[in-house]
Design a protein around this ligand. Sequence first.
Ligand code: SF4
Length: 354
Amino acid sequence: MGAGTVKTINYMDSSNFISKSLRQEHLKKISGLRYEDEEKYELQSEIRNLLKKNNALLIAHYYTDPAIQDLALDTDGCVADSLDMAKFGANTESNTLVVCGVKFMGETAKILSPDKTVLMPTLQATCSLDLGCKAEDLQLLKDQHPDREVIVYANTSAEVKSIADWVVTSSIALDVMDRLMSEGKKFIWAPDKHLGNYIQKETGADMIIWDGSCVVHEEFKLEGIMNLKHLHSDALILAHPECPDKVLNISDFVGSTSQILNFAKKTNNLKLIVATDAGIFHQLALQNPNKEFFQAPSSGKGATCISCAYCPWMGMNDLLKLRDVLVNKDNEISLEENILDKAQKSVKRMIDFV
Ligand code: SF4
């Protein structure tokens, strides 16, 4: 079966955008895609053998390099969003997990599987949400509002999770909030302000919202998406809730990466404009060979990036680093015991809720 079609931003005057070759160069730099086909197949085969030898499984996020996603699926690992990545790691018998994604995903795997070895191709891959929410600052806010439940997004450090009452992913945030509101609770929400505002709008919750954002989703702007919609008026717009509210307001569907993938499978509409990290298009196209996907442009008034909508940190995972970590066993996630114990409580609450 073939793959669906993915169209990139070529619908406007090309002078508005950097050329395709420049864009490829940029992607190579940020994603480490330095290999040609032959080298790619050699590396994939080497990694397959190393995974077997080490009784290790590959757990990859939807936003990582397609070559890594293919390898994960091919070797009984998984490609998933952060919630399913964490659950998969906890439920497998393998004693070594190799997490391809960003650091908080490796930490969450360790929190749920403290006795397993958790390796990552790089420990430098972080997240703007994690970077913008320091544990000591959140603790200060918590101390000022002892009457509020602290709910943090999964995209935070283990230390931040250790001072939270709840951890949620975008796929269950609304359901958790509904439940807690029925118990009369008020909240501190951190760190993504767009997701926080979306939850507040949907549920009416009483929330103090942290001022953080995702550098990728923040770049989707109303104007660019509307230009694309005018050219394809029959296309539905699907957006991740980390996008600004102006984008969410005009979207036909708002959901996490896994929810976007499910919606795309179920809908009868054959044209879909998708506003999230461009890594998702690999699975969208594979799972929907009859559909046409358009990458929402990360451009428009106020945008600072007109290039690619690829997370620079997700892009730091590549086959070379993956091979090397399986050989050298460096880049292991380790957490202080008291942080791990406390963070485990809030993360397990999330897992038990699902
Ligand atoms: S895409 Fe955004 S939220 Fe996801 S890891 Fe990158 S910076 Fe963080």
